[in-house]
Design a protein around this ligand. Structure first.
Ligand code: SAM
Length: 313
């Protein structure tokens, strides 16, 4: 299931940081597991908050493309594709042509997203892009897309930015894939830091535990030999999910034998939580300028439209 490069990254991150990168969860049958979580989140979770906000403000967000004859909707970390539907509905209403460009590390996730969009818009052109956006910019993709005179709208939705150890690097890769007439929309969940204990039950949910256990289980680590645990890390401002071992575990990654010892633990997931200040700082630190920012009425979700800051010399 893993490429040679991914095998190397997995081994290095287990040995070096004691972490299984979350992105590997979405490969293979993990895509369907994620789809089940996304469907649950759309019935009252963060996907529904984001969808409501996007539906309400789609017209404002799209007004920056008043002159565009066609828009490339570049869905970075596409998941099952449903988060972009409110935007596509508004584009259809306005009679603006669009091309859907899901971009993801998981071929299975790309196929699911394509099915979602073509299910609603059967003649929609879909251009799937399989890549890992942690590894560098994808300016070749964004540049080529505009060769027919179309415009680029990049989307990074679902609070996905909170899952990365190095959020600046991920946003820098995205920024370096944008030219001055491209726009990026980022969606993040906001947290009241006084009420973080309310967040934890979400991560002990059976569906979440099951998807997070996927990579260890694919490696042959048996569930009864492990303990799944969730905590709030106050220093990093993040929810963490850990797997610890009741006895020594030996397993193979590719052709490499690995061992994790009893009482050792590995990080399965982090979800950094933002407030308006930490989010705005992250955006400006990587050289992005906020054009439009909208918050849900209860201030628990933010959608921000940003562009690269162009410094004159
Ligand atoms: C938390 S899900 C969010 C999906 C969707 N945007 C939503 O809001 O429901 C994260 C998505 O990003 C993809 N992803 C995570 N890390 C990635 C990486 N380094 N490169 C490319 N795709 C990645 C996953 O495969 C998954 O589809």
């Amino acid at each position: 299931m893993f490429t040679k490069r991914q095998e190397a990254e997995l081994i290095t991150s287990i040995q070096g940081r004691g972490e299984i990168p979350l992105k590997f969860v979405y490969l293979g049958d993990g895509a369907k597991k994620w789809q089940a979580i996304a469907q649950k989140r759309s019935g009252g979770g963060i996907n529904s908050m984001e969808a409501q906000l996007l539906t309400k403000r789609a017209k404002d967000f799209l007004s920056v493309f008043a002159e565009a004859k066609k828009i490339n909707i570049i869905d970075i970390g596409c998941g099952d594709g449903t988060p972009v539907l409110p935007l596509l509905a508004e584009l259809e209403e306005q009679g603006v042509a669009f091309r859907y460009v899901p971009l993801d590390i998981s071929q299975e996730m790309l196929d699911i997203a394509e099915k979602t969009i073509v299910g609603k818009y059967k003649d929609c052109e879909v251009k799937k892009v399989l890549l890992d956006f942690e590894l560098g910019n994808f300016s070749d993709v964004t540049y080529d897309l505009k060769s027919d005179g179309s415009s680029n709208l990049l989307l990074f939705l679902g609070s996905t930015i909170g899952n990365f150890s190095d959020r600046n690097r991920v946003l820098t890769n995205i920024r370096d894939s944008m030219s001055s007439d491209d726009f990026l929309m980022v969606g993040v969940e906001m947290t009241n830091f006084a009420k973080v204990s309310k967040l934890l039950p979400h991560y002990t949910d059976k569906l979440i535990e099951d998807v997070l256990r996927k990579v260890p289980s694919d490696l042959g680590i048996k569930k009864p030999a492990t303990v799944y645990d969730v905590n709030w890390n106050d220093v990093e401002g993040q929810v963490e999910a850990w797997l610890s071992f009741k006895k020594d575990q030996e397993f193979v990654v590719g052709e490499n034998k690995m061992k994790l010892e009893a009482n050792e633990r590995i990080l399965l997931m982090r979800s950094v939580k933002f407030n308006e200040w930490t989010f705005t700082k992250l955006i400006s630190d990587v050289g992005l300028r906020t054009e439009l920012l909208t918050t849900s009425p209860d201030r628990t979700y933010v959608l921000s439209m940003v562009q690269p800051t162009r410094y004159s010399v």
